[in-house]
Design a protein around this ligand. Structure first.
Ligand SMILES: Cc1cc2nc3c(=O)[nH]c(=O)nc-3n(C[C@H](O)[C@H](O)[C@H](O)COP(=O)(O)OP(=O)(O)OC[C@H]3O[C@@H](n4cnc5c(N)ncnc54)[C@H](O)[C@@H]3O)c2cc1C
Length: 407
């Protein structure tokens, strides 16, 4: 039997789930499908941390609050951070950002992706959004004015509008023939959680090493402040060597790479290694189609912005669709969907370009460039107004914000 919907969201990751929730009162028949089981796990506060975490900006927090998901997230585990300390490992330049400099209480929260996901899923199960678990999309083709979707088990779905929220390797993007610009960063990221002798001081730490950035992001469990999530971006060969080390040897290498800023590294959870690739779809929309989140763009984790951009995509697309429906417009019309692209693409591209430049500057070894980045860091450190602009950007509180993210 064929199922019908006004709107089919493919992918119930953090971004697709946020879009579905943002449309829960729209009057549209929304179906959200995912290859996974879409169950909310019972939460155990003393359990080990998940290796994948995100630094959520204030704008993302607001969106999640308005979707009713933040409470469930905060009740599980979310660690606020109030400072950011960034320094150049091959020089003396460093820079410190604080929430207090812009009269904010926090710069953001570090949250395990699974916790964000469960907070959103909990609300979705209470809503009238149609959920299709264990539903992996395998084929997509146009059929009259609709899309016809075939799942791995042969089930078929039909809708005039499909949203691709199926992540970096989006099947929808590929099957719909959307072109991307992509390139390897020639970096792999090792992610895990580590326990150190010194507390993290509610600070997100980032050291630029010769091989790539190394971040220590604060985590808390049972009130203890000695755990951090690490994202260690480095060359594939170095990552392979680090992955092969036993735990004591890895702890030692990590401690050295981090200049022992948080004392000794005492314990490391199982490590995960992720190849990093930048991808940007040339268009986010086509007739009856929109791409959001990682399906539209992936960005180097040094920015800590991937899912923050995705939440803004979801909030803007929901706003555009709800507005168009109120005016009686056809939602699948590429002119309607183009409003979403015009609001999101310049913002995402600007941030990706800035991060690309940043990454290249810090990768560069010629002496003049090393001098430039050292003096640049020292100079900006002495310019409180410039730092405040940067902090407001990081909080996600500047630019063309959707209603869901506004104060
Ligand atoms: C090392 C690392 C660190 C990061 N740190 C940060 C950070 O600090 N802050 C930040 O903002 N971002 C960060 N990011 C980026 C962030 O993790 C991503 O932007 C985010 O997870 C993307 O969410 P998404 O919902 O778009 O995609 P995904 O999380 O990939 O979700 C896609 C969903 O689609 C489903 N799916 C896929 N294919 C199909 C199919 N064929 N049929 C049905 N369902 C399908 C999957 O099961 C999944 O549930 C980091 C990324 C990396 C690699």
């Amino acid at each position: 039997m064929e199922m019908r919907a006004d709107l089919l969201i493919v992918g119930a990751g953090m971004v697709g789930s946020a879009l579905a929730l943002a449309l829960r009162h729209s009057g549209l028949h929304v179906l959200l499908l995912d290859g996974g089981p879409l169950t909310v796990r019972p939460f155990d506060a003393s359990a080990a941390f998940e290796p994948r975490v995100s630094a959520l900006s204030a704008a993302s927090q607001r969106i999640l609050e308005r979707l009713g998901a933040w409470e469930g997230i905060a009740q599980r585990r979310a660690t606020p951070y109030c400072h950011m300390q960034v320094w150049d490992g091959s020089g003396t330049g460093q820079i410190h950002f604080s929430a207090a400099s812009v009269h904010a209480q926090v710069l953001g929260h570090i949250v395990e992706n699974r916790v964000v996901q469960d907070g959103l899923l909990e609300r979705l199960h209470d809503s009238d959004v149609g959920l299709l678990p264990n539903a992996r999309l395998e084929q997509l083709r146009r059929s009259g004015k609709d899309w016809l979707v075939t799942l791995h088990d042969g089930r078929q779905l039909r809708a005039p509008l499909v949203v691709a929220a199926d992540g970096a390797n989006s099947a929808v993007r590929r099957l719909a023939g959307c072109e991307t610009r992509e390139w390897d960063y020639l970096h792999h990221a090792i992610v895990t959680s580590v326990r150190c002798t010194a507390g993290h001081q509610a600070t997100a730490w980032q050291r630029f090493t010769d091989d790539g950035p190394l971040a220590f992001l604060p985590l808390s469990r049972d009130g203890a402040q000695d755990w951090c999530s690490i994202v260690w971006s480095t060359t594939p060969e170095h990552a392979e060597r680090l992955m092969a080390l036993d735990e004591p040897a890895f702890n030692k290498a990590l401690q050295q790479a981090f200049e022992g800023r948080l004392g000794d590294v005492l314990q490391t959870d199982p490590r995960v290694c992720v190849p990093l690739r930048q991808r940007h779809a040339k268009r986010y929309v086509d007739e009856g189609l929109a791409l959001i989140g990682d399906a539209a763009h992936t960005i180097h984790p040094l920015a800590g912005q991937g899912v923050n951009l995705g939440f803004l995509d979801a909030a803007v697309l929901a706003e555009v669709l709800i507005g168009a429906r109120e005016r009686g417009e056809r939602l699948a019309d590429v002119k309607v969907l183009g409003r979403y692209e015009r609001r999101r693409m310049p913002h995402n591209l600007a941030l990706m370009a800035a991060m690309e430049g940043f990454e290249r500057l810090f990768q560069a070894n010629p002496l003049p460039l090393r001098w430039l980045r050292n003096s640049g860091l020292k100079l900006v450190e002495q310019m409180p107004e410039a730092k405040a602009v940067f902090v407001r950007q990081a909080l996600g509180l500047s630019g063309d914000l959707p209603q869901l993210a506004k104060a």
